[in-house]
Design a protein around this ligand. Structure first.
Ligand code: ADP
Length: 624
């Protein structure tokens, strides 16, 4: 008796989208099913290295695609690891991946046909069968297991599992193809996927580099072993001389390993000889993958050892801050039965990682010099990720810093090297201002004195910025100094000392405000940095900024209470007026201090603590 089961709710949603969406490239399901088959053979081979009993099954991996025109089916069979009863349920009935919600949303929002990228990147490959099929049957037998199972679904929210009669290990996925559209309303699968010619060209295009032979035949065709020729070439591109490989071939290869539908932005071909011998073919994608910021996102390159595939997503070979890099590393020296644990401790792996890191940084440096437009695009896409390296990779810190591009208070962009070269005489610090949005930073009163003195300030608006800047502390021999620091000394000769402080001092306003504010602020001071604005907050000592405070709080960490210093501008007309008022009887220091606090918060792009009270106060004071 077949068991009937429900798909987990997210799986149900994904399936529904697969069935009902229009795809910019429906061919994707062929690639996804071949890639699953190839993974299944890989898994068997890897398991057989540690489990002698499986060795016999692991030989001669192959993928067989069979067209049955009469039945209207297409079958993808492999002799890989297979699945047992429980694996069928957990692998094909659920999606255990973070970001499923975002994926579903992105699919729903795609109006002009779903960009097939989404599917490959997200790894819901199996479900893509329902793009072309209205029923899918999976017959599978786990290698070394004694039972075979048959899974079947029409994608309507449930599936059945029953005993099967497959006699050899591996899986056969049979797609019962949708009929061509009969009316305009139906989704049309325009291609005839039951045509041998069509399939052959799709396989050639997207799966040529799969390392197992893919055979294609029509059901009923005589099997003639002599004649049998795989559709794919299986050639390991990276073993050929670079000059023999066309751009076309490189791009096809990239798309095959990355599941990307677009061409890469840049490629790196590298052959290392000497202490450790390996070849690497790496790519910088032209757009970010879905999982770039997920904790369990895929990262790393494929590892081959002497042309034999060992593992996907090998994190040990490429640093985390280069997790956007896709590619292949083929080592001559590592041992074939290497495990992840061994890789983590292996000296050679560390060497490969170090050379690849250098190579990528060199390539980026070259791009920056020779192809500034491409580099800018790279920076916009992956800069945030690369910057993490300033914190985590001490050895390459300077090189990474040289690759950074920052917004500045002059509304242009600069590298650190250019910043330093263009500093006015007398300046020996790199000034920055960190915050959560570029717009707020550009409007910050803290920049006024700098602008007046023609000193550029770097505007850092990525969350990671403040962490690395505090971590690195210098670039070359120049310290990073926050424009929001309390004790800010502008360079000699470009001094911004306040001139008219006498009146203000005489009025005693500073003390009155301070008394009124009590412990709401650390201090109230006469400002040397403000030019036009009346007030701003600055940070006491090495205080962490409001953004960092929010960040740490969000991470559940205890952060010390904020210690703000309120600076007031002695030359500002409003402050002058308040100072005047403060000498009269009935001056309400409490009200005025609240208003000034609110204004300082607004200038930082921060919310005013009690907005309603603030507006009431303000309108009352304005009336006067
Ligand atoms: P992904 O391949 O990205 O993990 P899929 O939705 O394509 O996602 O497949 C889900 C899981 O189902 C795979 O991880 C694998 O464990 C299993 N699976 C799919 N196809 C096969 C197959 N041909 N043989 C064995 N297991 C398979």
């Amino acid at each position: 008796m077949a068991e009937r089961m429900e798909f987990q709710s997210e799986a149900k949603q994904v399936l529904e989208l697969m069935i009902n969406s229009v795809y910019s490239n429906p061919d994707i399901f062929v690639r996804e099913l071949i890639s699953n088959a190839s993974d299944a053979i890989d898994k068997l081979r890897i398991e057989s290295l540690s489990d002698q009993a499986l060795a016999e099954y692991a030989k001669n991996g192959r993928i067989d695609i069979t067209i049955d025109k009469e039945a209207g089916t297409l079958t993808f069979a492999d002799n890989g690891i297979g699945m047992d009863h429980d694996e069928l349920i957990s692998y094909l009935g659920t999606i255990a991946r973070s970001g499923t919600g975002e994926f579903i949303r992105a699919m729903q929002e795609a109006k002009n046909g779903v960009n097939s990228d989404l599917i490959g990147q997200f790894g819901v490959g199996f479900y893509s069968s329902f793009i072309a099929a209205d029923k899918v049957t999976v017959e599978t037998r786990k290698a070394g297991g004694s039972e075979s199972w048959k899974w079947e679904s029409t994608g309507d929210g449930s599936y059945t599992i029953d005993k099967g009669d497959r006699e050899t290990n591996g899986s056969a996925i049979t797609l019962h193809m949708k009929a061509g559209a009969e009316s305009e309303d139906e989704h049309d699968i325009t291609k005839d996927y039951l045509s041998e010619w069509t399939l052959r060209s799709i396989i050639k295009e997207y799966s040529d580099f799969v390392t197992y032979p893919i055979y294609l035949k029509e059901s009923g065709e005589k099997e003639d072993k002599e004649e049998e020729k795989p559709v794919n070439s299986m050639k390991a591109l990276w073993t050929r001389p670079q000059s023999d490989i066309s751009d076309e071939e490189f791009n096809d290869f990239y798309r095959h390993i990355s599941h990307d539908w677009e061409n890469p932005m840049e490629r790196i071909f590298y052959k290392a000889e000497g202490v450790s011998e390996f070849r690497a073919l790496l790519f910088i994608p032209s757009h970010p993958p879905m999982d770039l910021f997920y904790q369990d996102g895929k990262h790393g390159v494929q590892l081959y050892i002497r042309r034999v595939f060992i593992m996907n997503d090998c994190k040990e070979l490429i640093p985390e801050y280069m997790r956007f890099i896709k590619g292949v590393v083929d080592s001559e020296d590592l041992s074939l039965n290497v495990s992840r644990e061994m890789l983590q401790q292996d000296r050679q792996t560390a060497q490969i990682k170090n050379s690849l890191t250098k190579k990528v940084l060199d390539t980026l440096r070259k791009m920056m010099k020779d192809m500034p437009d491409s580099y800018n695009k790279f920076w916009q896409t992956f800069g945030v990720v690369l910057k993490e390296g300033i914190i985590s990779d001490f050895r390459h810190r300077e090189e990474i810093m040289k690759l950074c591009i920052f917004d500045t208070s002059d509304e242009d962009k600069t590298t650190l090297e250019d910043y330093v070269i263009n500093m006015p005489a007398g300046q020996d610090k790199i000034y920055y201002l960190a915050g959560s949005s570029l717009k707020n930073l550009l409007n910050s009163p803290k920049l006024e004195a700098f602008r007046k003195k023609n000193i550029k300030v770097l505007l850092l608006s990525d969350p990671v910025d403040e962490i690395w800047v505090n971590n690195a502390r210098k670039f070359d021999k120049y310290d990073f100094v926050s424009a929001a620091a309390e004790e800010l000394k502008l360079p000699e000769g470009v001094k911004a000392e306040p001139k008219e402080t006498e009146e203000l001092e005489k009025s005693g306003l500073v003390k009155k405000l301070k008394d009124a504010l009590g412990n709401l602020v650390e201090d109230v001071k006469i400002s040397g940095r403000l030019v036009d604005s009346p007030v701003c907050f600055v940070q006491k000592g090495e205080e962490i900024s409001p953004q960092m405070r929010n960040f740490f709080k969000a991470m559940g960490q205890n952060v010390p209470e904020e210690r703000k210093v309120l600076e007031i501008n002695p030359e500002n007309p409003l402050i002058k007026k308040i100072a005047e008022e403060s000498e009269k009887d009935g001056f309400n220091a409490g009200e005025w201090s609240s208003v000034l606090m609110g204004m300082a918060a607004i200038a930082d792009g921060e919310p005013v603590p009690d907005g309603k009270k603030f507006t009431e106060l303000l309108s009352r004071l304005l009336e006067k």
